[in-house]
Design a binder for this molecule. Structure first.
Ligand SMILES: Nc1ncnc2c1ncn2[C@@H]1O[C@H](COP(=O)(O)OP(=O)(O)OP(=O)(O)O)[C@@H](O)[C@H]1O
Ligand SMILES: [Mg+2]
Length: 245
């Protein structure tokens, strides 16, 4: 089981869009994939037309108990299952703060609940929290979408600093530029500066700002399903290829 987290400490950068399109690409390549929607807002469950799980409390989730397996739903795509979000996921941090192995509990839960999958994709909520610390430890790769703006540059610096301070392996971080508007000099300059500052952290693939991606909310499907010849679909395929999963 290989664990890929789509994470950023910044909101609205494309974590969910990446989780959905990446999970779909991995399943399409013949692997068994579980997408865990860890964000109580449930956006990736929504995109895959899966209803929130009523029965899965945060306690059951972290126990990796039978309830975890019971809550997993099939998607419309072969090899791609979803663990839908639940509103009790808002209480993840309260639960984690009360237990002893508060920083490593997610790894255990995934081994217990997701062992039969080749790849587990985590769609994460945007913050630094006990849950995100669990994600940093449980994930083999942390895929970070970075829109090329000044604010995103600061948030990315904070993430790298956090890894340094906590002694976490920075090699896990695979960032890519998201929502790129190539005509904007601010975007081009920010990308060049960040690639120079973090030569090992950024993938070559990037995702353009695209109406085809925005339409995911209406189509409730991965881009490659309803716009297979679009630039966005090709870029998500490049991203998947470069991650070499
Ligand atoms: N490449 C893109 N081009 C255009 N719009 C995009 C792109 N990627 C994402 N969006 C849109 O931007 C919004 C935020 O994207 P998304 O939900 O994937 O971000 P997120 O990081 O998961 O947000 P949150 O922090 O709220 O979980 C959505 O409306 C989505 O449709
Ligand atoms: Mg999201």
């Amino acid at each position: 089981m290989h664990v890929i987290a789509c994470y950023s400490n910044k909101g609205g950068v494309g974590k969910t869009a990446t989780s959905v399109n990446l999970a779909h690409a991995i399943a399409h390549s013949g692997r068994q994939v579980l997408l865990c929607d860890l964000d109580p807002q449930g956006a990736s469950s929504y995109y895959f037309r899966v209803k929130p799980s009523k029965r899965l409390s945060e306690t059951r989730f972290f126990e990796g108990s039978d309830r975890f397996a019971d809550a997993i739903r099939a998607s419309d795509f072969d090899g791609l299952d979803i663990l839908p979000a639940n509103r009790s996921f808002r209480d993840f941090d309260r639960f984690l703060s009360r237990i002893r192995s508060k920083r490593s509990r997610l790894s255990r839960a995934l081994v217990a609940g997701g062992a039969e999958y080749d790849v587990v994709v985590l769609d994460c909520p945007p913050n630094f929290s006990l849950l995100s610390e669990n994600v940093f430890r449980a994930a083999d790769r942390i895929v970070v979408p970075v829109p090329p703006s000044t604010l995103s540059e600061r948030t990315f610096e904070q993430l790298v600093e956090f890894f340094k301070d906590q002694g976490l392996p920075r090699r896990k971080i695979s960032a890519f530029f998201s929502m790129v508007e190539g005509r904007k000099s601010l975007h081009r300059d920010t990308m060049a500066r960040m690639r120079a500052a973090y030569p090992k952290r950024f993938l070559a693939a990037s995702i353009p700002y695209s109406a085809d991606v925005e339409r995911m909310g209406l189509r409730r499907a991965p881009v490659a399903e309803y716009a297979p010849r679009s630039k966005a679909a090709a870029c998500y395929a490049d991203l998947f290829g470069e991650l070499a999963l």
